[in-house]
Write a protein that binds this ligand. Structure first.
Ligand code: AMP
Length: 433
């Protein structure tokens, strides 16, 4: 019987992947850069379980959101508890923050995570049932400078990864007061068109009319063209927050575009919301997004601290890097490829290869090859710099044939000098980097 990977998931492989973004070396590279960028901005890593009690997400993400209504992987465990695989990062971070009483340890907390997320979506290009997000949460600061820092961190991460031509779209969904008055205005505008709206939008009309602004349905979009702007309903405080944020972004020369139609899919946002899109991604062009969620921590039973954060998909980052031909790092290759011919030589080479590895030299040994030709091909495939050939003749003399694979230069070196020889090369190359 042949097993198949579950629908909407993919393997990340060291080689042989059907698409280049599924190569593990690229994942390591992206993860290293995003981790370093977050650390440079003062964020610390947080890791939470891959699943939580379902009610956490009902409360956190919002019961009327698409994620909770349609997309959660939910099951009952043997104890009869309803469990969901995490569809997004913020709710779990809030739960961990409150449960571990981290608020006691200082006024401001900045976390980042790199973690898989699960959404039961209809699989299509750029949409998977398991995807990975880099995300941050900054808790404790209510002012717009925190929003600006978070947006800048997202842009700087993309910049360090070499991404270009991205658009930052910015909006404010106001505070509770602004949203209430906008909700009324939007419902009043949409009511005459109710029967023409898509089924989804009709069901959102009472529960969550703001989400209608997100609709991708062409007819809905047509109707929405004349809809009022949420920016006209902002309370004085929310407007001042938005204006100050724009001033800060301008002074840091972070380009953005105000788009009053962005509300974001999760229910917990207030004031600032933003999305970054990449034109090379096609229909699923959202690379990352986030916003402010003051009040969320309190709904989880924690102190009433403000918060702002983002999440960005690693799959889409890699797909954008490849579509934009961003220069990618070379795979590390062995300095030494040991090629013993015969049992006796294998014993000798195995000891020497082990010694190399203990001296932190990238060394590979061919435990299979019977012929020089096959061994050399294997070494070339791995991009090794030097191949060390030891056969019975060399053993008898106490030497090895050293072949520099790029220049094809060959030399004979006594076995007892080899380790020093490689240590010296390794050191010289490390200094050059
Ligand atoms: P969201 O929480 O929906 O705003 O998602 C944040 C980011 O995660 C998006 O901008 C995408 O880059 C990525 N993302 C969300 N859902 C998926 C998915 N099903 N497959 C791949 N990436 C996703």
């Amino acid at each position: 019987m042949k097993y198949q990977i579950p629908k909407g998931t993919f393997d990340i492989l060291p080689y042989g992947a059907d698409e280049p973004w599924k190569l593990s070396a690229l994942w390591q590279y992206v993860e290293q850069i995003v981790r370093q960028t977050a650390i440079d901005y003062g964020y610390r890593e947080i890791r939470t379980p891959m699943y939580e009690r379902s009610e956490l997400f009902d409360r956190g993400v919002g019961e009327t959101s698409d994620i909770v209504m349609k997309e959660m992987f939910t099951f009952e465990d043997k104890g009869g508890r309803l469990i969901s695989l995490r569809p997004e990062g913020t709710s779990s971070v809030m739960r961990a923050f409150v449960e571990n009483n981290l608020a006691q340890l200082g006024p401001v907390h900045k976390f980042f995570y790199i973690a898989p997320m699960f959404r039961y979506e209809r699989p299509q290009s750029g949409r998977y049932r398991q995807h990975h997000q880099f995300g941050v949460e900054a808790l404790g600061v209510a002012g717009p400078a925190q929003d600006a820092e978070v947006i800048d961190l997202l842009c700087e991460t993309y910049r360090r990864l070499g991404l270009q031509n991205l658009t930052v779209e910015l909006n404010s969904v106001g505070d509770l007061e602004s949203r209430q008055s906008f909700r009324d205005a939007l419902q009043a505008f949409l009511r005459p068109y109710f029967n023409e709206l898509s089924e989804d939008s009709q069901s959102r009309f009472e529960k969550n009319p703001l989400r209608i602004l997100d609709s991708k349905d062409p007819k809905d979009r047509d109707i929405l063209k004349q809809a009022p702007s949420i920016l006209h309903s902002l309370s004085e405080k929310a407007l001042e927050h938005f204006n100050e944020l724009k001033r800060l972004l301008d002074s840091c020369r972070i380009p953005y575009r105000v788009n009053d139609r962005i509300v974001r899919g999760l229910d917990y946002y207030n004031k600032t919301v933003f999305e970054v899109t990449a034109n090379v991604l096609g229909a699923q062009n959202a690379l990352g997004g986030g916003g402010r969620y003051d009040g969320l921590i309190a709904t989880f039973g924690g102190p009433d601290l403000p918060g702002v954060g983002f999440g960005t998909g690693i799959e889409r980052i890699l797909q954008t890097m490849i579509a934009q031909s961003v220069p990618l790092p070379k795979e590390p290759a062995p300095l030494v490829y040991w090629l013993p011919l015969g049992d006796e030589a294998r014993r000798t080479c195995f000891t020497l290869a082990t010694e190399c590895r203990h001296r932190k030299i990238f060394a590979e040994i061919d435990l299979q090859a019977k012929k020089i030709q096959t061994g050399l091909q294997n070494a070339t495939r791995l991009n090794a710099q030097i191949c060390v050939i030891v056969g019975s003749e060399e053993l008898a003399k106490g030497t090895a044939q050293i072949k520099h694979l790029e220049s094809r230069r060959q030399e004979e070196i006594p076995l007892d000098q080899l380790i020093d020889y490689f240590v010296a090369i390794n050191q010289k190359q490390a200094e050059r980097i």
